[in-house]
Write a protein that binds this ligand. Structure first.
Ligand SMILES: Cc1cc2nc3c(=O)[nH]c(=O)nc-3n(C[C@H](O)[C@H](O)[C@H](O)COP(=O)(O)OP(=O)(O)OC[C@H]3O[C@@H](n4cnc5c(N)ncnc54)[C@H](O)[C@@H]3O)c2cc1C
Length: 391
């Protein structure tokens, strides 16, 4: 399948370096589901070729992917509004022109609804419900309306519309790139970049919803296709320069991604520093991402310690932070020995729980007050020894 993605032939400029505005069309070498058939999750392992791009990265960096919208959703929008898909519309600040279908597929965010979109859309309909919703005193209801809904919901709910395709297109934001923590080491995999992408699927307001980029990767990108990508350096997430430093990595779910890169890099460089990984997910049988690789690294001594927490395998839910607390004595010894501590993955819950657990470990094993434990952690942060890549 040839994806109809922006700039899909690397023709924009061969001279300019590839970047967010001039992405490289990376060929998909591999795209597999890491989860077992019984899993409620789908996590894709994707390998891309960077051959000929001149792009390079170091462990800790992210890859930006510029996605395209679901053709079924684009078709549903065109059908709903009885638009002509060939109609030429103007998009963006530079006033680029393209057929409507292309604009809705590759150029515009059609799954994101904002207060501003609804407020501006109110000028194109007399629908009383919408007029009421955009009144200043209803700001919180407006915000609530946007959550879990998209453009199609809005167009279906608040007609009849007195708007041209161009009027609606002008309300929409430009498609933004999605970032993914790089899951490979370039030293270990020359000319390649690997990603670990969790498919975002949920039901809201009676419709099944699909994350734009993650579901594109899960359902529509096949080996041999290309994806527009760029490298996004991350100055705040990196391996210690010194090869003899110990590292502790906490990366449940897709949070494992940068640590696969770290471990691969350290394996190639034959570093002397120890490494300890905490991984977690729902079930060991179906959700232990990269299990074989990790166990092999452990056997080979590249990974000194591997602790796992599978939350749905026991009556009492066990998470990575519980494994940290169980190992508090040894964990504190590693910290006292100068270890670097890394967290990657869920920002809302996991990263906060891990931060709390870390403070508890320092408090208990260092016989410190909570304030002193927090100061200890702050000091680690200032030394670059507590780094987070959370989203
Ligand atoms: C630095 C960085 C690194 C990252 N690394 C990775 C990685 O290694 N692997 C990975 O899988 N992801 C990673 N992400 C997240 C990734 O960038 C995307 O945000 C993710 O894949 C979703 O994008 P999408 O286009 O599929 O979904 P979108 O179309 O952008 O939709 C996602 C949005 O849907 C909404 N939503 C989700 N669930 C619900 C719900 N139940 N109800 C209502 N609304 C909901 C939320 O608003 C959410 O922001 C990273 C993010 C950052 C910033």
């Amino acid at each position: 399948m040839q994806l109809t993605l922006e700039n899909n032939k690397n023709t924009k400029s061969d001279k300019l370096p590839f970047s967010r505005t001039n992405p490289f069309q990376a060929k998909v070498l591999k795209n597999i589901n890491l989860n077992g058939t019984s899993s409620s999750k789908e996590t894709r392992h994707i390998e891309l070729s960077l051959k000929g791009s001149g792009l390079s990265y170091v462990p800790g960096d992210a890859l930006g992917v510029i996605p395209a919208n679901d053709p079924e959703l684009v078709a549903a929008l065109i059908e709903e509004m009885k638009w002509d898909e060939e109609e030429v519309v103007t998009v963006g600040k530079q006033g680029e022109t393209m057929p409507l279908k292309e604009a809705l597929t590759t150029y515009l965010e059609i799954t994101l609804l904002t207060k501003k979109i609804l407020q501006q859309a109110a000028a194109f309909t007399e629908n009383e419900e919408l007029q009421k919703l955009v009144m200043i005193e209803n700001a919180s209801q407006l915000k609530e309306y946007c959550y879990g809904r998209d453009l199609l919901d809005m167009l279906r709910a608040f007609g009849p519309w007195k708007a041209s395709a161009q009027d609606i297109v002008s309300l929409l934001r430009k498609m933004t790139a999605r970032l993914y923590s790089i899951a490979s080491s370039l030293t270990a995999n020359p000319d390649e970049v690997h990603l670990t992408i969790g498919a975002v699927r949920y039901t809201a307001h009676g419709r099944d919803r699909k994350g734009v980029c993650s579901v594109l990767c899960a359902e529509r990108v096949q080996e041999g296709d290309t994806l527009p990508v760029f490298v996004q350096a991350n100055k705040h997430f990196f391996l210690p320069e010194s090869q003899d430093k110990d590292i502790i990595m906490v990366g449940p779910g897709t949070g494992i991604a940068p640590f696969r890169s770290f471990i691969q890099e350290r394996a190639v460089n034959k570093v002397t520093g120890r490494s300890w990984l905490f991984f977690g997910d729902q079930h060991a049988a179906s959700d232990f991402l990269y299990q074989n690789e990790l166990e092999k690294y452990q056997q080979d001594g590249v990974l000194t310690k591997l602790d796992t927490a599978f939350s749905r395998d026991s009556a009492q839910k066990v998470y990575v932070q519980h494994k940290m607390l169980e190992n508090s004595k040894e964990l504190f010894e590693w910290l006292e020995n100068g270890a670097y501590f890394y967290v990657c993955g869920d920002k809302e819950h996991m990263a906060k729980d891990v931060n709390e657990a870390l403070i508890s470990v320092i408090e208990k094993e260092g016989a410190l007050t909570r304030d002193a434990a927090e100061a200890y952690l702050k000091d680690m942060q200032q030394q670059g020894r507590y780094q987070r890549d959370v989203y």
